[in-house]
Design a protein around this ligand. Structure first.
Ligand code: UD1
Length: 345
């Protein structure tokens, strides 16, 4: 049976595209809106090759209210929204704060404003563990304190959570699930879709796989003098397909009224902390490919260690991140190899 129609903003992006695949495989019909600022149309081909279904696609910017209104008119019956559309580079956000506040906040406010009149019941919002800053205690639960944001990007996530909370408190007839992602990595096991950053990657895994491919000379490990067992920073690396599956459960929860709460927050992580050096080692073990690397100084603004307590997502959402780190590393490498085959990278 065909399930409801879902609008996925930023659906050609990294996490968005993996989520569109899972939604379609679960029977939902999907409309994507994306301005292609950090992705491209070929992603639609990848989604179609995996699922056999080409999602509806609107090339437009979610800060454009008229475009959104047209979309709701052209695609009636949208019951839920998953909002991935946002700028996400921490360093760039420090250089271009207005771009970040405008993109990330106007997109969210436009969607929230249009939902009631268009009969949209709920919105899933992509938040981040960045809201916890440098935690006093690990693993972090959803009740762990929110720390002052250290970048405009991080601040947009905090403000967005507050905007959703205030709008729902005002009596808007909508629900929301806020998902705080830890560090999403890896690619679809088919290697049809994956992460494709523009220019020199800032994040660890794309830099690592490009180094393993010989595109970059060596990976810089930012610091080995942290208060961690091997001195490098610790994160909770979560497989992107596992992460995508949580969105399907979140949508079901809202649309099928599985909770009386109008707003719910879940940490999405594995519950395991992995250091940068351990991750490099896991990649080399899983793929048999060496990653030339050197230790350099700390990167400004980095958190020393953060990992999730995912109990609430496990017990309430019924979601578990069950991919192994080795499988995830193999998927990231298979995707990098596919990009090479296609002459892209
Ligand atoms: C950051 C943001 C996070 C955001 C994510 C997406 C913070 C605190 N975190 O995550 O909110 O969602 O980016 O862009 O703002 N590393 C290296 N060498 C590299 C690259 C990274 O050693 O070339 C290390 C970093 O020091 C860090 C780890 O790898 O310890 C992960 O870095 P990265 O992938 O950039 O993610 P975060 O900084 O954790």
């Amino acid at each position: 049976m065909k399930k409801d129609r879902i609008l996925v903003t930023g659906g050609t992006g990294y996490i968005g595209s993996h989520t569109v695949v899972e939604l379609q495989q679960a029977g939902y019909s999907v409309v994507i809106i994306d301005n292609l600022s950090n992705s491209n149309r070929d992603v639609l081909d990848g989604i179609e090759r995996i699922t056999g279904i080409r999602p509806d696609f609107v090339e437009a910017d979610c800060t454009d209210m008229d475009a959104l209104k047209r979309l709701f008119a052209d695609y009636p019956g949208i019951k839920g929204i998953i909002n991935f559309a946002a700028s996400k580079a921490v360093g760039e956000s420090v250089q271009k704060p207005i771009l970040y506040y405008r993109n990330n906040l106007n997109t969210l406010m436009n969607l929230l404003e249009l939902m009631p009149d268009n009969g949209v019941k709920g919105i899933v919002f992509s938040s981040s563990c960045t809201v916890y800053g440098e935690p006093d205690v690990n693993p972090v639960t959803e009740q762990s304190p929110i720390k002052n944001a250290t970048s405009p990007y991080g601040n947009t996530k905090q403000i967005s959570e507050e905007i959703i909370t205030d709008v729902i408190a005002s009596g808007a007839p909508i629900k929301s699930v806020i998902l705080r992602y830890f560090n999403p990595v890896g690619a679809h096991p088919t290697a049809e879709i994956g992460e494709l950053p523009n220019g020199v990657p800032q994040n660890l895994i794309p830099y690592l796989t490009q180094t393993a491919m010989g595109i970059r000379k060596e990976l810089s490990v930012f610091g080995n003098d942290y208060n961690t067992p091997d001195g490098s920073c610790i994160r909770d690396y979560i497989n992107v397909v596992d992460l995508a599956k949580a969105h399907v459960l979140a949508v079901e929860r809202m649309l099928e009224d599985k909770s009386d709460d109008k707003i719910e927050i879940f940490n999405l992580g594995t519950g395991r902390g992995t250091s940068v050096l351990e991750l490099i080692n896991a990649f080399e073990t899983a793929t048999g490919v060496k990653v030339p690397h050197k230790i350099v100084g700390r990167r400004e603004g980095d958190i020393e260690k953060v990992w999730a307590n995912p109990d609430k997502a496990n017990n309430v959402l019924g979601w578990v991140a069950d991919s192994t780190l080795e499988d995830t590393m193999r998927s990231a490498w298979a995707w990098q190899c596919r990009l090479r085959e296609r002459g892209i990278m």
